[in-house]
Design a protein around this ligand. Sequence first.
Ligand code: SF4
Ligand code: SF4
Length: 358
Amino acid sequence: MQKRRLGKTELMVSPIGYGALGLAGVTPESLRQAVDGGINYIDSARLYTDSEKKIGLMFKETGYRDRVILSTKSMGRTLDCFRKDLVASLAALGTDYIDIFILHDVSTKKSWELIQKSKIIEEMKKLKERGIIKHMGVSTHDGKNLSEEIIKSGYFEVAMLAYNAANPELESTLIPLAKSLDLGIIAMKPYGGGVLTEKRSRELGFEISAREALQWAVSNTDVSVVLPGMDSREYVGLALDVLNSDFTFYNGDKLNEIAGRITIKGRNYCRGCGYCMPCPQNIPIKEMLKLNNRWEVYFGLDWSQMTLINNEFANCIPEDKGPERCTKCGGCVQKCPYGLAVPELMEQCVKIKNYKSS
Ligand code: SF4
Ligand code: SF4
């Protein structure tokens, strides 16, 4: 498969990279296997336990440092933390430069404000002038206004976004925006945090294979590189198989067909049609159940997504229209063409709202 340009960095990357989350199955051997098979992008983070150390070991054993475009990330929100993270990352990776240094998970207004206030951006620019950081990047799980603001800020050359078949809306929002500004687009979580795999999707009542999920993300050529997690030889093999096969891009119909399969049948999945409205208690049922849909997908599986949904709940649903106002009048149930048990779902929404304190 041909390499793709990573936006204004002008780096040429394999369309599939190695998402080296700090999991047991990520080993120097699996990393080497991936590079030998044609993957030239590896992504780590200070937070990914021993991931950087394993990558450093692989470099030491193979001498592959210069064959790999390497990114790592810092969650530092003060200058001191940021500097300490960078020093520790360089030491663990056994390198004196990072190709793309990424500010990790800038998904709340507060973290974005802290980063700007603590002059981390200015520090990154200086490090770039010294060649320690080659390019500046940001990762975010926010799908809306904050990400737009960050992408438009002009500081970054690369944006890492959670893009997958369960979250295709980015195709009409952040992806074209980032592309118009010539940012390199990196898609993380093509398996939706493990949801878009055979076993987990069946448990949730729909069917999708990990291969379909990966091909779905790679089919978008506006995305420079897709980063599947590879915590076993099986997943390294799958990624290399897709990368090196006679891969045919899914067309629009196929892409829609796959994304349309991802429903939680029989589990109160709201289609967002709005026929149930208005609610006498002014509850925005549709908006609330949209968050509940995502909660059902990620519950117990991806804590970062759960926290994000909980944050969105607090930001998007006004206090005086909260789910606890539901009187169980049943009007919405009669109007819903799918017969959703909305009052029960309102109870679940109360739990999502109180997730932090539970
Ligand atoms: S059951 Fe609850 S959510 Fe539905 S219309 Fe009545 S008050 Fe509103
Ligand atoms: S009518 Fe049913 S499916 Fe449509 S928005 Fe309301 S609860 Fe959701």
